[in-house]
Design a protein around this ligand. Sequence first.
Ligand code: THU
Length: 154
Amino acid sequence: MKFEFEYEVYDSIIELAAADQELVNKAFNATWLSYSPYSKLKVGACAMTNMGHTIIGSNQENGSYSVTICAERVLLSTLSTQYPDEYITTLAITYLDLNDNSNHPITPCGVCRQAMLEHEIKNECSIRIILASQNGQIYIIEKGRDLLPLPFSI
Ligand code: THU
């Protein structure tokens, strides 16, 4: 067996389609809503739904570190609560690292990959994922399940 997938690589945000640039900019604006006094890594996400709504999320940390919620899962919870009948078509994720350069695309953690996968399964949809950096490359992945081979399922 073999698992492989293709993804697009762009050198700058200006190479993206206008709608994608807008989503990345909204994700970047959401980084300012991040509560991340411990890691100083401000993650922002913005999703477009099938009904044309945009939803944002940002990471929310806690002094008891494991309580922290990633930007992606804040966004997914907000979507399920605010627009329970809608699903994500495109999701942009970006970040601002106060300790370092923000010059490589952020890639979601395993927990968020599992959460995104379940969103795809329950809605029978594919989330097109834009992994962005402020001054580095941008990756576009056609579906969340590409990011999680052999996922947990019951
Ligand atoms: N974080 C996210 O928000 N999304 C990810 O995909 C990876 C990590 C957050 C969690 C924590 O607040 C900080 O980044 C450092 O791990």
